[in-house]
Structures are given as structure tokens and as C-alpha cells.
Design a protein around this ligand. Structure first.
Ligand SMILES: CCCCCCC/C=C/C(=O)SCCNC(=O)CCNC(=O)[C@H](O)C(C)(C)COP(=O)(O)OP(=O)(O)OC[C@H]1O[C@@H](n2cnc3c(N)ncnc32)[C@H](O)[C@@H]1OP(=O)(O)O
Ligand SMILES: Cc1cc2nc3c(=O)[nH]c(=O)nc-3n(C[C@H](O)[C@H](O)[C@H](O)COP(=O)(O)OP(=O)(O)OC[C@H]3O[C@@H](n4cnc5c(N)ncnc54)[C@H](O)[C@@H]3O)c2cc1C
Length: 672
């Protein structure tokens, strides 16, 4: 099914906007991509994936039934996977199967989500992170070649967050050298796993390991659940789809139960612990949480995923705002472009800046992750707690911020933003899930808080702490930082806010213990503050990292690119300083006058960025096929596209709907 796209002239308002641009767009694109060579590679891959036209649907996905939608998604997933396997991985290299370029091109095929997403997204990374070399040799080539299709089944009906509370059991039988998988209760049924409902024939299962009569906690197992030829569930497996949800509508999230289902001993993923043939349990991991490695990996990748989604939403809303005109400012004057309203700029320019902040931070986080993992492979797990704390808070804050900014983009598009054809509701519902999956927002911030409280206590007693909390060594025992409205000053204020909040948490916990509470209750009673402290720490990390990376990456840029990148970073700092005025008043010497001054400078900055707004989103270089938006296409022909999409509604297939004769007419005639 290939739909023809009419070629149109660029809307004059957008054409005029592009003439105003005063920086080199390609240079900014290169910075976002991570270098000129990366931009070229991305474009080459996008050409391969998108120029075959298989990705366009004549009938919009949302007009199909659940079953048709799934089947269409499978059709496209197979075409797409074939291109990935045969052509794209040749360019990126097999080891880069998680490349963001593949993620971008996938979006052109799937407005919503591919049922195969978790195969490359979590099943393959788990094989890589949790298998022995022998297991890897057995399973990985089959998975990469799509000979087997996998899912990641960890969450159960009764437990998602509390992994140690999972109920599925894997009991070792030394006589047959097999594990027996069992779901003892309804709450132990696996629930949610993407691709599990109808698509996958294998999955990784997290279960409580029992051997020699003892429980050794949760471990991972690879399990074949369907016959490779007939695709029927194997005896002892009860599997299906969990039903419609807010988003993820073209995929098949699944449930799974085991009735004493047997798998060979070798199917336990044994990189960090193993069960010998005789049932003896041997742990080799130097850190108890290495089986959670896939989650850490995905949390790290989600920061760049948030940048990507935000850049899509910002592109749609800013291009639309350049062609949309509304309300006379003065009688008989032409209506202005809505992008000229400072309130609109306030909603939208932060989205551009945040997309940059997340992209630059995600690259830095990725490098940190790689370095820590290289150490772990050598047996050094010292940096793991800091990585866990960092990936947890950055995952939580980036998904949460992206979600609220995307909602602002929808508000910025008025009624038309509510249309599915704008694509904003799809982007929003996809990102809404990210705030919950791979660790809920609150839960992950509380993980970071555990680390911060320990770090604060170390700093308080004069010990040096790890790099991302090094600011505590400077600020842990300081009352208030002196306000300074430079970028360094603002960054230091964010660090002072974080240190102040962490210190306040420590004092609250101590006071509560002094008044008779045990540590657990004192911690519990302080969790509202602890979440806020972890969020504040994350903001301090974000502003500092974004600023430093922006300076580093623009060192050899042209003057105008330096200026515009600098403006975006300053906007980001000012926006958050103004959002956190209460905290600034509490933890710095900022005065009302300083804040009024900051507000004025922020408004001037919005005006300074205004002429470059459209070009800044053009620099995200998102092809129309990826944007899927009636409001955000490069040519800006918004009204034509909205009308064109409206024609595709199945309700327009006939002039009179049969329900008129069946119900309305009898009602009108009093014959119902
Ligand atoms: C584009 C990509 C798309 C991908 C699509 C993905 C679709 C979605 C898939 C999924 O959602 S898969 C399921 C994901 N599930 C979760 O993320 C569950 C969240 N829960 C947890 O991660 C953990 O249970 C927990 C909340 C971290 C707690 O674990 P646990 O109860 O076992 O530990 P604690 O007692 O709280 O802590 C003990 C100790 O261990 C440290 N720790 C915990 N996790 C890690 C880790 N991953 N790495 C390193 N260290 C860890 C923790 O900080 C504690 O340390 P101390 O404070 O005691 O020093
Ligand atoms: C679209 C989507 C796709 C998913 N895909 C997969 C998948 O492929 N594989 C898989 O295994 N799982 C998957 N999941 C499950 C996902 O990982 C869990 O839903 C997630 O980890 C949250 O766990 P939960 O649902 O048990 O929430 P709960 O933990 O029950 O959370 C409910 C509320 O309780 C709060 N809460 C819970 N514990 C605490 C605490 N200790 N302190 C304070 N507050 C707390 C939370 O903040 C939240 O507000 C998916 C989920 C979604 C939505």
C-alpha cells in the first residue's frame, strides 16, 4: 500500500521564516547527530529505509480495527526488519543494532509502535548482557537474523516495581537437568511484555530461582513459548494479549502463565550466576544487581529517545505556529503568526532547548555507561551505584519533562493539535508510557535519593564523593550560595538547591529517628522531600552537563552557530531558574530585583531566538515520513493536509451512514 503524497510549494510564511535564519543549519544538525560523518550515515540509512515507500498507509492506522492495526504493523515490521537485517546493519555495524538512526527510521514505518520493538530493544540486549559466551553463540545470531523473535517478560500482574516480590518460580530438577517454570497464582502471571501477546516465539523470563530447596532470588531464563512452525503456544504455556491501552496500540503487549513448564538447564542466563548440573548454585557477580543490567541500559537510551520525541513535537508545533495566524493585535492590521506571541515562544522554545539538553546529556551518559560497563567486565563494580543513581534520575526527569513539554506543544497547536493526524497525541501517549515503564518516576527518584543521602553524609564528614555529586563537597556545609546571574552562577545555584534539599532530607530523617521512629519509617515519612531532592540533583546534573557539552561541541563552530547554541543553553538555564524561584529564594541570596531582572532577560532572549525558530527545528532534520503530521510538514501546507486526512475518515466513505435509517429516522418519526 503506497499512498501518493502531492508535492506542494512551501507556504509563503514558512519560506519567509527560512530567509530570516542567520546560522548554518547543517552545522547544528551535525552537532545533534554527533558529527558530520554521523549525519551522512544517518541520511544514507534514512534513504535506504524510506525511499522504498513501503511505510506509507493509504488508510490511517487509527481508522483500522485492533486486529487490522496489529496485522498491518506486523506486515510493516517484517518489511522493515528485512531492510535492517540486509542493508542497514551493514552500514551501522552489527554491534550497533540499537543505533538511534534505526529508531528514527522505524518511526517512519510506525506512527505508533512496532510489535518487534522489544525484540531488538530488550530481548537482544538481555542476551548480550546476561549470557555466557556459549549462550551468546547459541542465541544471538538467531535473534539478530530474526530466526527467533523475543520479548522481555519481567513484570507480573501483581508486581512491576518490586522485582524481589515477583512470584514466578524456576525450580531446578537435577534428575532431568531442567528448570520447571511455574505461575502459582493469578498475580504471578507475566503482564505487559511488548510483543509477547501474539508475536514472540521466545522470551526472557525473570523468575525466583529454587535449587536444592533454597530460593536464590530472581534470575533470568530464556524460554521458547511458541512452536516455530505453527506458532501455537507450547503445552504448559498460557499466553495472550492484555487488551487496549492508552497508546502502544499497534503492538501486542502480552500475558504469560506457566503450568510446570520445563526448560533445559542451559536456558538459565548464566553470566552472573549459574546452577551446576547437580543443582549447586554458584554466584560469580561482584554486585548483586547485575541481573538488572538491561533496565539500566534502557534507562540510559531513553534520554536520547526523549530528545527525539521532543524534537518531533517541537518541529510540528513551531512550523504550525509559523503558518497559523490568529487575532488582530490592532484594528485592521493583519493577524500575526501565532509564533509572534511571546506566550507561544515561552511554550515552544524551551522544547527546542530541552531537546538539545537531553541529546547532549544522553551522549555523555552513554559514554559514562560504556566506561562503567568496561570496568564491570574487568571485575570493578565501584562505579555501578553512581551509574544506577544517575541513569535512574535522568530517566525519570527526562521522561517526565518530555511529557509535559509535548503536552505544551499540543496546547500550542490549539484544536488542530488534538487531531490524531497532527501526530501529537501519538507522540504524547508513547512518551506517557516511558514515565512509567523501565521504572516508575517516583520509584527511580527514590533510588537516586538513597545514593544522595549516603553521598551527603560522606561529604558532611569531609570525605571526597564521586564526580556527579562533587558539588556536595563544596556546598554540603554552606547555608546559602551567593546569587550571580551568569551561567556559572545559575549552575551553582542549582547545585546549592540540590545540596540544600538533600541536607534537609538528612536532617528530617535524623529528627524523626531522634523522636523515636525506626529508620524505615523515618525514610518513608521523608519520601516526598527525597523525591524533590533527587529531582533537584538531576536538574543540577542536566544544567551542568548541557552547558559543558555545548561549549565543548561548539569549540570549532562558526560564530553564529556558537551564538544560537549558546542562546538555547542560556534559555534552558533561565527557564528552570524561573520555574524554581521558590527554591532559589530558599537556598541562594537571590533578591526580588534579581528575579525581575532574570524574567526580563528571559523575555528578551525569547525575542532574540524568534527569527531562528523555524530554522532551529529544521536543524533536527526530521523527514516528513518520520513526522507523520498534517501540521508539521516541511512545506507547511497545514490546511490542505488536514482536509486531505479528513477525507480518509471511514465515515466519509458513504454520504449517508446506515445508522440514519436504522436509528435516527425512527427516532425523528417517533417510531423507535
Ligand atoms: C526505545 C526503547 C524502548 C524500550 C521499551 C521498553 C518497554 C518497557 C519495558 C519494561 O518496563 S521492562 C520492566 C522494567 N521494570 C522496572 O524497571 C522495575 C523497576 N524496579 C527496579 O528497578 C527495582 O526493583 C528497584 C526499584 C530499583 C529496587 O530493587 P530492589 O528491591 O531489588 O533493590 P533495593 O532493595 O531497593 O536496593 C538494594 C540496593 O541495590 C541498588 N540497586 C537497585 N537497582 C540497581 C541497579 N539496577 N544497578 C545497581 N544497583 C542497584 C540500590 O540502589 C540499593 O543500593 P543501596 O542503597 O543498598 O546501596
Ligand atoms: C507501555 C508499557 C510497556 C511495558 N512493557 C513491559 C515489558 O516489555 N516487559 C516488562 O516486564 N514490563 C513492561 N512494562 C511494565 C512496567 O515496567 C511497569 O508497569 C513499571 O515498572 C511500573 O510498575 P507497576 O506497574 O507495578 O507500578 P506500581 O509499582 O504498582 O506503581 C503504582 C504507583 O505506586 C507507586 N509506588 C510503587 N512502589 C513505590 C515505592 N516503593 N515508593 C513509593 N511509591 C511507590 C508508584 O510511584 C506509582 O505511582 C510495561 C509497562 C507499560 C506501561
Amino acid at each position: 500500500m503506497k499512498a501518493n503524497r502531492p508535492k506542494r510549494d512551501v507556504h509563503p510564511d514558512l519560506a519567509r521564516e527560512r530567509l530570516k535564519c542567520n546560522f548554518n543549519i547543517e552545522e547544528v544538525t551535525n552537532i545533534i547527530d554527533g558529527g558530520k560523518d554521523k549525519t551522512l550515515e544517518r541520511k544514507k540509512i534514512e534513504d535506504i529505509a524510506l525511499n522504498n515507500g513501503a511505510c506509507l498507509d493509504e488508510i490511517p492506522d487509527e481508522c483500522l480495527s485492533i486486529k487490522e492495526r496489529y496485522e498491518n504493523a506486523i506486515r510493516k515490521s517484517c518489511i522493515y526488519s528485512n531492510i535492517v537485517r540486509n542493508e542497514m546493519l551493514e552500514i551501522t555495524g552489527m554491534e550497533n543494532f540499537e543505533s538511534p538512526v534505526l529508531r528514527r527510521t522505524a518511526d517512519a514505518f510506525f506512527k505508533d509502535i512496532s510489535p518487534f520493538m522489544l525484540h531488538l530493544g530488550m530481548f537482544v540486549p538481555t542476551l548480550i548482557g546476561q549470557s555466557t559466551p556459549e549462550q551468546m553463540a547459541e542465541w544471538l545470531p538467531k535473534a539478530l537474523d530474526m530466526k527467533i523473535i523475543g520479548a522481555y517478560a519481567q513484570t507480573e500482574l501483581g508486581h512491576g516495581t518490586f522485582i524481589r516480590g515477583l512470584e514466578t518460580t524456576a525450580t531446578y530438577d537435577p534428575d532431568k537437568e531442567e528448570f520447571v517454570l511455574h505461575s502459582p497464582t493469578i498475580t504471578s502471571y507475566k503482564w505487559w511484555a511488548g510483543g509477547l501477546g501474539k508475536t514472540a516465539n521466545h522470551c526472557v523470563v525473570m523468575a525466583q530461582l529454587y535449587t536444592q530447596g533454597e530460593c536464590h532470588g530472581t534470575h533470568l531464563f530464556i524460554v521458547q513459548i511458541r512452536d516455530l512452525d505453527t506458532h501455537m503456544p507450547l503445552p504448559g504455556i498460557k499466553v495472550g494479549e492484555i487488551g487496549p491501552r492508552m497508546g502502544f496500540s499497534s503492538a501486542d503487549n502480552g500475558f504469560l502463565g506457566f503450568n510446570s513448564f520445563r526448560i533445559p538447564r542451559q536456558n538459565m542466563l548464566m553470566k552472573h550466576a549459574k546452577v551446576e548440573k547437580d543443582g549447586c548454585y554458584v554466584k560469580s557477580a561482584k554486585h548483586g544487581k547485575l541481573t538488572y543490567g538491561t533496565m539500566v541500559f534502557i534507562r540510559v537510551t531513553l534520554v536520547s529517545e526523549m530528545s527525539f520525541n521532543l524534537s518531533k513535537a517541537a518541529t510540528i508545533a513551531i512550523r504550525y505556529s509559523a503558518v497559523r495566524r490568529q487575532t488582530e493585535l490592532r484594528p485592521n492590521e493583519p493577524e500575526p503568526q501565532i509564533l509572534d506571541y511571546p506566550t507561544q515562544q515561552h511554550k515552544l522554545f524551551i522544547c527546542i532547548a530541552t531537546a538539545h539538553a537531553f541529546q547532549l546529556t544522553s551522549k555523555w551518559l552513554w559514554d559514562t555507561f560504556q566506561a562503567v560497563m568496561a570496568d564491570v567486565r574487568k571485575g570493578n563494580v565501584d562505579a555501578l551505584p553512581e551509574l544506577h543513581a544517575l541513569s535512574s534520575c535522568l530517566k525519570a526527569v527526562s521522561t517526565s519533562d518530555a511529557l509535559s513539554h509535548i503536552e505544551q506543544c499540543r496546547f500550542a497547536c490549539g484544536g488542530h493539535g488534538y487531531m490524531l493526524s497532527s501526530n501529537l497525541p501519538f507522540i504524547y501517549s508513547f512518551v506517557a508510557a516511558t514515565r512509567t515503564y523501565e521504572g516508575d518516576y517516583t520509584v527511580l527518584l527514590l533510588q537516586t535519593a538513597r545514593f544522595l543521602v549516603k553521598a551527603w553524609e560522606q561529604a558532611e564528614s569531609g570525605n571526597n564523593v564521586t564526580p556527579t555529586v562533587a558539588y556536595l563537597n563544596r556546598t554540603a556545609n554552606t547555608k546559602r550560595v551567593v546569587w550571580d546571574n551568569t551561567h556559572e552562577g545559575i549552575i551553582q545555584s542549582f547545585q546549592a538547591i540540590a545540596a540544600g534539599k538533600i541536607g534537609q532530607c538528612v536532617r528530617s530523617i535524623r529528627d524523626r529517628i531522634k523522636s523515636g521512629m525506626d529508620y524505615e519509617d523515618a525514610w518513608l515519612m521523608t519520601t516526598v522531600q527525597l523525591v524533590a531532592a533527587a529531582e533537584a540533583h538531576c536538574r543540577a546534573v542536566l544544567v551542568n552537563t548541557y552547558w559543558n557539552e555545548m561549549i565543548r561541541l561548539t569549540k570549532s563552530s562558526s560564530a553564529n552557530v556558537k551564538t544560537v547554541m549558546h542562546q538555547l543553553a542560556v534559555l534552558y538555564l533561565m527557564y528552570w531558574a524561573l520555574e524554581k524561584t521558590g527554591d532559589l529564594l530558599k537556598y541562594s541570596s537571590v533578591s526580588k530585583q534579581d528575579l525581575d531582572d532574570l524574567q526580563r532577560r528571559y523575555e528578551e532572549l525569547l525575542a532574540a531566538l524568534r527569527p531562528n525558530a523555524v530554522s532551529l527545528v529544521d536543524a533536527f532534520d526530521l523527514r516528513d515520513e518520520i513526522l507523520h503530521s498534517s501540521l508539521g510538514s516541511y512545506d507547511g501546507c497545514v490546511y490542505e493536509r488536514l482536509m486531505e486526512e479528513a477525507q480518509k475518515s471511514p465515515l466519509n466513505a458513504e454520504p449517508v451512514n446506515p445508522s440514519f435509517h436504522k436509528y435516527i429516522k425512527p427516532l425523528m418519526q417517533g417510531k423507535l
